[in-house]
Design a protein around this ligand. Sequence first.
Ligand code: FEO
Length: 167
Amino acid sequence: MATIGKNMQKAIGEQVNAELYSAYLYLAMAGDFETKNLPGMASWMRVQWQEEIGHAMKFLHFVHERGGHVNLAAIEAPPAEWDSPLAAFEAAYGHEQKVTARIYDLVNLATKEKDLASLNFLQWYVNEQVEEEAQTDRIVKTLRLAAKAPGAMLMLDHHLGQRKSGS
Ligand code: FEO
């Protein structure tokens, strides 16, 4: 197996940073929900935070297995608060769409570099992004339905609080 190429290593290193930013963003949303007395949504966001750490670690492990190294860069600060649960989940959905575009860029780079190991590895992320986008989009749509009924918002908060790690 060939050592990972410099271009691929650099691009994956940048993706590690992007995944850690995602984690940081969802941790900030969890904090905002805690402050606004929505513990279920806060808990959902903490599960998401853990997932993002997992995504970053999986990339790091892959680079190391291929004999490479990632120089960790500074992580950008996320916003501190959002206007409403809908605004937060809309931001989460928009963020996941950007992450998907980044993963597709990595796939295109791996194709260009004829790096079949990276190409194969990245398929997991292509599939994961389908789920990441679908779940946030579903919550956005439910929040739009709940917008006119405060009771529905509390029920949704309770429901989202049931999410367990790995789901
Ligand atoms: Fe790591 Fe939410 O994608």
